[in-house]
Design a protein around this ligand. Structure first.
Ligand code: PMP
Length: 397
């Protein structure tokens, strides 16, 4: 979606600025924030899960005990006790991650920009899943890469398909857990295969994992960074397990790489809020997330099931969808002739919104796909919204 009236003064913008596109999702969010709309469009976590009181107490405590430090400029790499906590939590299965490998960022979205800055030249080959996270495509696009799509199926990215496309690539961007947008999970066998393949090809593997903790049943699957800390760049976030408004994420990379990212961050914003990092550390240091995350998993898991049941009841034959085991999204594939963008126009008239799938494709969009999120919609409205969508789809069959 182009910016309206992009240049009323005829100023000479940089080439990259004239190419910038607003995220399609952010545009439809403007429409869907009207309360009468049943919105399956947002990727927002449910505010019902935000620990407001706990955050309030923590801000108070940090400001009372260490206000002068918390309100001062801080180091670019971040607040050491929090980096230590992150390094320890990722040191699983025999892997040893050290705090020096952890760079705190202002939301993991910033990590995408920094990675683009450090790894991508104009025309560089960048490997992405089909489909992939729109915000990553947007962040990398600024550096004008040549996106090459890697095949995916129900088990996520297909590692063997890398052989045909990896020559000369600067990075592979992968979303192993409850992928945005499809909700798919990369199988354990494929994680090992992917890590080995990337190591053999000397290809930096970016593991973007904001949803990893949100599995509905069972323990989260092993992280690729723990399989090979020297070959994987891991991105984590507090947005989906605590709150997104604090804008706190992290990137974990081999030492030589993290230093470059740190320099890029220095130029971008000096550092991420020291106050926020100290507050988050105070909140999580004694095991708060172990109690809190299960409440998010239950809420999202229950609402996902409501949506899946409603889809099974109402959607006509010929429509298929993913059955996520965690996270926030379901991906729907309509019969080939139905264009989800056109369906959205009709759906909005009937007060239901979703995100059409096309913007999630770096190349050759499949126009018959769409993403549904269920986390902020109560069960009754999920059922009502799915029934309306089903009717609109059936009318086009
Ligand atoms: N990666 C993925 C896959 C996401 O879905 C998001 C948020 N929607 C982000 C990164 C960015 O998250 P944040 O900046 O809030 O950490």
């Amino acid at each position: 979606m182009k910016i309206e009236n992009p240049n009323p003064f005829q100023w000479h913008f940089a080439e990259r600025a004239s190419q910038m596109q607003s995220s399609f999702i952010r545009e439809i969010l403007k429409v869907t924030q009207q309360p009468e709309i049943i919105s399956f469009a947002g990727g927002l976590p449910s505010p019902a899960t935000f620990p407001v009181e706990i955050m309030k107490e923590a801000f108070d405590k940090v400001l009372s005990d260490s206000g002068k430090v918390a309100l001062q400029y801080g180091p670019t790499d971040g607040y050491l006790p929090l980096r230590q906590w992150i390094a320890d939590s990722l040191s699983t299965g025999g892997a040893k991650i050290v705090p020096e490998q952890v760079l705190m960022v202002s939301g993991s979205q910033q990590a995408l920009d920094l990675l683009g800055k450090v790894l991508i030249d104009e025309g560089s080959k960048v490997l992405v899943e089909t489909p992939s996270y729109l915000g990553a495509l947007q962040a990398f696009s600024v550096y004008r890469p040549n996106f090459v799509s890697v095949d995916t199926d129900d088990d996520g990215l297909v590692p063997s398909s890398l052989h045909d496309v990896a020559a000369g690539a600067r990075l592979l961007y992968a979303l192993p857990n409850f992928q945005n947008p499809t909700g798919r999970t990369l199988s354990v066998a494929r994680r090992h295969e992917l890590v080995e393949t990337c190591a053999r090809l000397n290809l930096p593997l970016i593991e973007d994992d904001p949803y990893g903790a949100l599995s509905y049943k069972g323990d989260p699957l092993p992280k690729m960074v723990a399989m090979n800390p020297d070959g994987v760049i891991y991105m984590g976030s507090f947005s989906k397990v605590l709150t997104p408004g604090i804008r706190l994420g992290y990137v974990v990379a081999p030492l030589a790489m993290v230093r470059r990212l740190e320099l890029a961050k220095q130029a971008a914003d000096l550092h991420t809020s020291q106050l926020t990092q100290m507050v988050v550390h105070h909140v999580i240091k004694d095991g708060f997330l172990e109690k809190h995350i299960p409440t998010i998993r239950t809420l999202y898991g229950d609402q996902c099931q409501v949506m899946l049941d409603a889809m099974a009841e109402h959607f006509p034959a010929g429509v298929s969808w993913t059955k996520p085991e965690g996270g926030m999204f379901i991906w729907v594939t309509l019969p080939k002739h139905i264009n989800a963008m056109e369906l959205l126009d009709e759906a909005i008239k009937q007060k239901v919104a979703f995100v059409p799938g096309s913007p999630f494709y770096a190349n050759e969009p499949q126009t018959n796909t769409l993403r549904l999120s269920f986390v902020t919609v109560p069960p009754e409205r999920i059922r009502a919204g799915v029934a309306i969508l089903a009717k609109l789809i059936a009318d086009r069959m």
